[in-house]
Design a protein around this ligand. Structure first.
Ligand code: ADP
Ligand code: MG
Length: 476
């Protein structure tokens, strides 16, 4: 296919999109059409590339007639519209293509652009300069902003610290340390700092200490510690998440200590999040803990009911869910100490109502949550999840854990990643290991992929719900 044909196909398709955009609701357009690209045509067939198979299927089933008609009026004759997927789902680490600058955390990101392998015409110029996809300035999760962060007694100190650091990086509190049990907003705040400092034009890097370790170990193996150091030394703001992962990794602690120092003396901002408090981190080298306590150490406590309700309201409004106040209050009372679980519960309630095509009422929610509470006492094992997923999709667990990236394996695998993360307390890397030795960025990407797709893809949503029901027995 030559460049000219691609260019022409894309131009035609854009003009079709231009018309369609005006005639269908914006959310539908954004979800299903915005990231499609015209790639080729013959006298009787016009090919359009979609970012993933779900989109292709949806367009084929729901919008084909309308799109073919628009295409006909645009080019003046009848052609068949075909939807193609080049790389179904981009998975960092599993895909040869560079994935920068899309981070595994960004839900929308430039995925579509990057799926167009082979057509350099469409490639984001940035993607050509990458060697090391895990390092560099991140596209942060668009939901993790200060605006979306609900402030209450439990988190106001951490919030204030994060704000102050964003406004005056490197000068006020350095380092800023935020600690709390899981699911209370540390990563959210770290990424919010990322958004803000990036706006100041600073080079910002977000990295989990697990990633940091992997990079460091690799650098040592490849005798590239100098490069490693230089990469980190150039950043203005270093956001290190889940520092507790450094426990027991003496060599990496050494690397971290030096990185920390060289940034610190140059007044570069360092922000650290930890699932443990500093005392519990004492198995880290004391010179590290004493460095960490040299700035501002803040914690986040479990949110009070008021805050939980405000978070649920905000979340419902963001996603345009219409949820009665009594349901919000009921949910807010159900889960007290983990906001991620709180959000998960909300999503589940909404998904179930959509699945059953029923309004959300306090009665239906009580029925569902009441049941799930009884049954959720028993932890769900990873092997049970994998076997339920493989039964459901009719693949073997070896296929789920194996290397194949065909749709038949990839979808069940990503659903397994999603469920393992939602239903167990396994770490990302533990999940990766269970799923055939994949790395944790692959897992988080799979998780995010499913988490966002179930909001828009009815089929996937009902698949995931059905598997979840089999696992937990809820919603029967
Ligand atoms: P942690 O890193 O502490 O484990 P996260 O930052 O991942 O927790 O937060 C878990 C979820 O809860 C995220 O979706 C986050 O957006 C949400 N969340 C946490 N705290 C708040 C808050 N104060 N306001 C709104 N959302 C919050
Ligand atoms: Mg976190």
């Amino acid at each position: 296919m030559d460049r000219e044909t691609i260019q022409k196909a894309n131009k035609i398709w854009n003009s079709v999109l231009g018309k369609v955009e005006l005639s269908i609701p914006k959310p539908s357009y954004d979800t299903w059409l915005r990231n499609t690209v015209g790639i080729s045509f013959t006298s009787d067939e016009f090919s359009v590339e979609t970012p993933n198979a779900f989109t292709a299927q949806y367009l084929e089933e729901r919008m084909l007639d309308m799109l073919e008609q628009e295409l006909r009026t645009t080019i003046g004759f009848d052609v068949k519209l075909k939807f193609a997927v080049t790389n179904e789902i981009i998975i960092p680490g599993e895909n040869e293509q560079p994935v920068i600058p899309s981070s595994p955390y960004s839900r929308s990101g430039p995925t579509a652009k990057h799926t167009i392998s082979g057509h350099d015409l469409f490639q984001d110029p940035v993607s050509n300069v990458v060697g090391e996809p895990r390092i560099g300035s991140y596209d942060f999760n668009t939901r993790y902003t200060f605006e979306n962060f609900i402030v209450g007694n439990s988190n106001q100190l951490a919030f204030a610290g994060a704000k102050a650091v964003s406004e005056n990086p490197g000068t006020i509190f350095n380092p800023l340390v935020i600690h709390s049990p899981v699911g209370l907003g540390k990563t959210h705040l770290l990424q919010a700092i990322g958004h803000e400092t990036k706006k100041l034009g600073l080079l910002v890097m977000y990295v989990t200490s697990e990633e940091f370790t992997n990079q460091y170990v690799k650098a040592i193996q490849n005798r590239q510690t100098e490069e490693f150091r230089n990469k980190y030394r150039t950043v203005d703001v270093l956001l290190i998440d889940d520092i507790q992962f450094l426990i027991g990794k003496e060599q990496t602690q050494e690397g971290f200590f030096h990185t920390f120092n060289s940034l610190h003396v140059e007044n570069k901002q360092i922000v650290v999040a930890s699932d443990r408090n500093i005392d519990e981190l004492r198995t880290l080298e004391s010179r590290i803990t004493s460095r960490l306590t040299g700035g501002l150490v803040t914690d986040i406590q479990a949110p009070q009911l008021e805050t939980r309700i405000a978070i649920l309201r905000g979340k419902a409004a963001q996603q345009r869910y219409d949820i009665p106040p009594d349901v919000i209050e009921f949910l807010g009372n159900k889960i007290r100490s983990n906001i991620r679980e709180l959000e998960g519960l909300l999503n589940r309630v909404v998904a179930l109502a959509q699945f059953r095509d029923e309004p959300i009422t306090i009665e239906s929610v009580k029925r569902m949550v009441g049941d799930s509470e009884k049954l959720s006492k028993e932890p769900i094992s990873d092997s049970k999840i994998i076997s339920e997923v493989s039964n459901y999709f009719g693949v073997t667990s070896d296929q789920i854990m194996g290397p194949l990236r065909t749709k038949t394996c990839l979808v069940p695998r990503q659903v397994a990643m999603f469920l393992l993360r939602e239903e167990t307390s396994l770490s990302l890397s533990a999940i990766g290991k269970i799923l055939g030795g994949r790395d944790h960025s692959t897992v988080i990407h799979g998780y995010e992929k499913v988490a966002s797709l179930i909001n828009v893809d009815g089929k996937l949503r009902s698949d995931v719900l059905a598997i979840r029901n089999n696992l937990t027995g809820i919603a029967r």
